[in-house]
Ligand binder design. Structure first.
Ligand code: 1HE
Length: 252
């Protein structure tokens, strides 16, 4: 149910349940978590894509039907653990989105650090109309990306958001050409993989935590991370490369 390969430091994880639109069964969630754990030690960035016509149709509703309340609670906590291993992982994760990215599929995409989508991508939270609730982190991660008001709109009205609107809302970071979301995501991942380790640590570990802090605490942590990154060997080398040899010029 999961494809896994590493090439040039970038792991590519593919949801492979196309006949069910990559609906996330318990087995698929476990396999995904296993692949993510493997990538943390084998790669410097990872891309998550979906095989077939959809990125991911969310929770496998056929398994959900028979669950008791406590089971649903622990099932949701299982999603938090699995998707948390992406969001709180040590390497940047990029979602490559095409077709449906709905419910838990959107929660999976939101757990990634960046999202690339082509024009076929569409986003929805059908939990509202199904009389259930999100359980894979959307109230925190999707609401942070688009704002609680837009998320409430998606849940209350079943609004389906297209790729360009999602980009305008800040949900999608990069728009790709038709069928090119995985390729663009791999290129994006290669760039992210080349960022030095201490800077990546600041972006993945400090930046999201600082959003939960009081401003003065956030600024204090920012300075600590700057002190750590700017005195590292890679920073010295790269600053010298620019100052002495003009390497790494920012081009508009
Ligand atoms: C599924 C699922 C699923 C498809 N669970 N089986 N997610 C949803 O409410 C979305 C439900 N799915 C859809 O709205 C549509 O299937 C799609 C827009 C994603 C794709 O449409 P389409 O026309 O390409 O495919 P299809 O014909 O609807 O589906 C193909 C098969 O996949 C079909 O099974 P088949 O045996 O009849 O061929 C569908 O039943 C099956 N399928 N989606 C189970 N989700 C941590 S909590 C998160 C809470 C949620 O994620 S709730 C939102 C769940």
């Amino acid at each position: 149910m999961i494809g896994y390969e590493v090439s040039e430091g970038v792991a590519r994880i593919t949801l492979r349940r196309p006949e069910k639109r990559n609906a996330v069964s318990d087995a698929l969630l476990a396999a995904l978590a296993g692949a993510v754990a493997r990538a943390q030690s084998e790669a410097r960035a990872l891309v998550i894509a979906g095989e077939g016509p959809a990125f991911c149709a969310g929770l496998d509703l056929s398994e959900h039907r028979a669950r008791e309340a406590a089971e649903v609670f622990w099932h949701s906590r299982g999603w938090h653990a699995a998707l948390g291993s992406i969001a709180r992982g040590r390497i940047p994760a990029i979602a490559a989105i095409h077709g449906a990215c709905v419910g838990g599929g959107l929660e999976l995409a939101a757990a990634c650090h960046l999202r690339v989508a082509d024009a076929s991508a569409f986003f929805a939270l059908p939990e509202g109309s199904r009389g259930i609730f999100v359980g894979g982190g959307a109230t925190v991660r999707v609401a942070r990306l688009v704002g609680a008001s837009r998320m409430a709109d998606m849940m209350l009205t079943g609004r389906v958001v297209d790729a360009s609107t999602a980009e305008r809302w800040g949900l999608v970071n990069h728009l790709a050409g038709p069928g090119e979301a995985p390729g663009t995501a791999l290129e994006t991942a290669a760039k992210a993989a080349a960022v030095p380790a201490l800077t990546t640590l600041g972006i993945l570990e400090a930046l999201p935590r600082i959003q939960d802090m009081a401003s003065e605490d956030g600024l204090f942590v920012e300075s600590l991370v700057a002190a750590l990154a700017q005195t590292g060997p890679e920073a010295r080398e790269r600053l010298a490369a620019f100052l002495d040899r003009g390497q790494g010029k920012v081009r508009g």
